[in-house]
Design a protein around this ligand. Structure first.
Ligand code: ATP
Ligand code: ATP
Ligand code: MG
Ligand code: MG
Ligand code: MG
Ligand code: MG
Ligand code: MG
Length: 259
């Protein structure tokens, strides 16, 4: 009893450090699966792209946007997702550790809960985990550059991985495939895919080539009536789209995302 009286909460709180993110900037929380190279092997993901694993990631990102109104956009590739908070968000008073941890833990538990929906035949063999970080981008040009950088990464990785796994599946060892591709340019990789495997890179699924963008969009339903049809507004719905976000045109037609 005497000892309890000696604890001084203000003194203990004085050790807390401020971790508030710069005001009036776009906050990006990027999460990334920990050791997913191994996770994807243990769970026998299709290489180079397991469609259901990507659909699971996308579904978790949709759940995040449906839960958190301050997130206006998300972009995902492979085992990573970037979440963009609107620039004047006051979520957790902009404290980085709270924002990062709540998004990472929400996403991670969604991933485990939704697993069986996307992999009804596959057991989740161990709990996945993700790390997360926060970065502030001070202008809409810079945040668009950030997202373009992620989409360029998607393209470069996908093109490399498609070649790599086609070579491996055709009998080359992993190290042989690696040296086959060393120093090759985009054009050479496309030629290799076409000449050796009959694959036209540009005909591969958009989700693999462009990644996944998640945002709110106005949706409407067309109702058939006796005298024609009418449309009913269904309001904003969170959607997944595989579009080009490097081009300005996307941002011009979706001004509210970064307003
Ligand atoms: P770290 O813990 O440092 O992030 P990592 O093993 O997760 O290490 P990453 O650079 O994040 O490495 O790469 C993720 C890896 O997960 C990819 O290289 C790929 O092998 C695998 N992977 C992720 N998603 C898929 C998918 N949908 N289909 C097939 N493989 C995938
Ligand atoms: P916040 O999101 O701000 O943390 P909170 O609702 O989680 O809000 P806390 O101050 O963290 O509020 O308190 C946790 C609450 O959860 C407790 O007030 C209690 O009602 C409930 N709770 C947690 N663990 C138990 C438990 N083992 N048994 C019963 N109730 C519990
Ligand atoms: Mg990582
Ligand atoms: Mg990873
Ligand atoms: Mg990654
Ligand atoms: Mg609490
Ligand atoms: Mg609590």
């Amino acid at each position: 009893e005497e000892d309890v009286g000696k604890i001084k909460p203000d003194y203990l709180r004085s050790f807390l450090f401020e971790n508030k993110l710069l005001p009036s900037t776009w906050i990006v929380i990027r999460i990334d699966g920990c050791h997913f190279h191994r996770f994807s092997e243990v769970h026998e993901f299709e290489k180079p792209n397991d469609k259901q694993a990507l659909n699971l990631m996308n579904s978790c990102a949709v759940a995040v946007l449906e839960d958190l109104a301050d997130i206006t956009f998300a972009y995902g590739i492979s085992d990573e997702y970037s979440f963009v908070l609107k620039k004047d968000s006051q979520f957790y008073q902009r404290r980085a550790s709270e924002i990062v941890s709540v998004i990472v833990s929400f996403f991670t538990s969604m991933y485990a809960v939704k697993w069986k929906e996307f992999f009804p035949q596959k057991q989740l063999k161990y709990p996945p985990n993700f790390d997360g970080r926060a970065v502030c981008y001070p202008s809409s040009d810079i945040i668009r550059d950030y997202l373009a950088w992620r989409q360029v990464d998607c393209h470069i990785n996908n093109q490399y991985n498609t070649c790599f796994w086609m070579l491996v599946k055709s009998g080359r060892s992993k190290s042989e495939a690696q040296s086959d591709l060393k120093g090759t340019q985009t054009r050479e990789k496309n030629e290799l895919l076409l000449s050796k495997f009959g694959i036209e890179y540009n005909k591969l699924p958009l989700m693999f080539r462009q990644g996944s963008s998640v945002f709110r969009a106005e949706t409407e339903k067309t109702i058939a009536l006796e005298n024609g049809s009418s449309t009913e507004k269904l309001g904003n719905k969170v959607i997944v789209s595989h579009c080009n976000i490097i081009e300005q045109s996307f941002w011009k037609t979706h001004l509210s995302i970064l307003d």
